[in-house]
Design a protein around this ligand. Structure first.
Ligand SMILES: Nc1ncnc2c1ncn2[C@@H]1O[C@H](COP(=O)(O)OP(=O)(O)OP(=O)(O)O)[C@@H](O)[C@H]1O
Ligand SMILES: [Mg+2]
Length: 433
């Protein structure tokens, strides 16, 4: 797979905003450094070197033309005018070993203007340069300050630049963090709401746009909660009200005796009771149950063993050790729904639990006919059954998968349908850890 440039960009808003700030700053600094130092500073350095070389050459030429008696006066004037020390030394004080390759620009210019041999070295702890020029009879020794050729401002400029950028960055990080916090808490509240967890302390704050989005979220959350409540209350109400006449019917049936008709009626009543129990379960939902940290592996093993005790063809193929926050009775109901389906519509149910980096996967496979791809979304809808007769003998109410999906979502996970290795249905549940 090719990596797009996008892969290298920070993923978080904070990181991106910071990058937007840092990138131009660094770019401006780079351009400035290039323009100022590489171009401007090089030119200035050239002028400085040329100046000093010119002064020295001029002085040497003058000295050579001046009678010895007047040299000292000339030297005094030169020292005063050019901030250099001048001294005359005997000819044997010219030592080629004093030569260095430092200050190449200056030396180039000196060589271009002056034919006399010279040596150049740094002295005085690096603060001074000493230039010895070989004259016909003696050696002219000059001392100038290095400052005349170099400047410390380069370093200071860099330090200022880095210092100022660091301060800017520090302030930016402080401000950005405050700006990002409301977005984070909105995302968290939305995520919690999706998993059926309350975020009581959430209230819109931050920049106008964020506050607007947060307010919209709060209103939406209210509306959805209200709708859910209405749905729940309605289903619960109907189911509850139906129970009373059903109980009465059961009593009356019991008084009717053991006739064939009574038996059939009693079966029907029983099925109706079962359906009503399921509606009630669905209506109640599992959202209010508290999650506890348990071993998912043990829970799965327990459920599978229940089935095995009843001689059902369910087996646990492999189970990784996984600890997670689980709403136990909801989770059990979900597993029961899925395994019941596998046994009812397929045969030989195989359950599998595997752990991957920061999630775990549960698969429930059967060896039945499976569900065609275009029906895999539809079966999750409440009361939807693939078989149209709605005959209670050949299937259930059509709530099993809806409930299962509700429960998986409440755990922050996802549930998808596929094809099992045996050709039947594979239910894949992925849960974040
Ligand atoms: N393992 C499976 N293999 C083939 N078809 C399946 C499987 N599981 C579910 N289905 C199909 O999906 C439909 C919906 O399943 P769901 O569990 O939601 O309802 P149900 O089993 O009919 O009733 P309930 O589970 O509420 O008693 C089923 O009626 C069935 O047609
Ligand atoms: Mg079912």
């Amino acid at each position: 797979m090719r990596t797009a440039p996008k892969d290298f960009l920070p993923k978080s808003l904070f990181g991106r905003a910071l990058l937007i700030l840092i990138l131009p700053t660094v770019l401006i600094q780079m351009v400035l450094t290039y323009v100022f130092f590489d171009r401007h500073w090089e030119t200035v350095k050239g002028y400085l070197a040329s100046n000093l070389a010119g002064e020295i050459t001029f002085f040497v030429k003058q000295i050579e033309r001046t009678p010895t008696s007047q040299r000292n006066n000339m030297a005094i004037d030169f020292e005063a005018a050019n901030e250099m020390d001048v001294a005359f030394e005997p000819a044997d004080s010219f030592k080629p070993s004093y030569a260095t390759t430092e200050f190449p620009e200056f030396q180039n210019r000196l060589r271009a203007k002056m034919t006399e041999p010279y040596t150049l070295r740094r002295i005085g702890g690096g603060e001074l340069i000493e230039i010895r020029i070989k004259l016909p009879a003696e050696v002219l020794k000059l001392k100038a300050r290095v400052k005349r050729l170099e400047s410390r401002t380069t370093l200071i400029f860099f330090l200022w630049m880095i210092g100022a950028s660091s301060v800017l960055l520090f302030i930016a990080v402080l401000f950005l963090r405050n700006q990002i916090r409301p977005i984070r808490s909105l995302a968290e509240a939305a995520d919690n709401f999706g998993r059926g967890v309350d975020t009581p302390g959430f209230r819109p704050h931050g920049a106008t746009e964020v506050r607007k989005a947060a307010r919209a979220f709060v209103i939406m959350r209210e509306r959805i909660s209200r709708q859910l409540r209405t749905r729940t209350e309605m289903l619960a109400g109907i189911s509850h009200d139906l129970r009373t006449p059903l109980t009465r019917m059961k009593l009356q049936l019991a008084m009717l005796g053991d006739g064939e008709a009574a038996k059939e009626l009693s079966d029907d009543v029983q099925q109706m009771e079962h359906m009503i129990a399921e509606y009630l379960d669905f209506a109640r939902g599992e959202g209010r149950e508290e999650a506890v940290r348990i071993s998912l592996t043990d829970l799965l093993r327990d459920v599978v063993e229940d089935y095995q005790r009843l001689k059902s063809a369910v087996k646990l193929a492999s189970a990784a050790e996984v600890q997670m926050d689980v709403r136990v009775s909801g989770f059990r109901r979900m597993l029961h729904n899925l395994i019941d389906n596998a046994l009812r519509y397929g045969k030989e149910c195989t359950v599998n639990l595997s752990a991957i980096s920061n999630a775990c996967e549960i698969t429930i496979d059967d060896a039945g006919t499976g569900i065609p791809e275009d029906k895999r979304e539809e079966v999750f809808r409440p009361f939807s059954r693939l078989e149209a007769s709605r005959n209670i003998k050949t299937g259930g109410v059509g709530l099993g998968l809806s409930i299962a999906r509700d429960i998986v979502l409440a755990h922050g996970g996802s549930i998808t349908l596929g094809t099992s290795p045996a050709g039947g249905l594979r239910v894949l549940i992925r849960l974040p850890l």
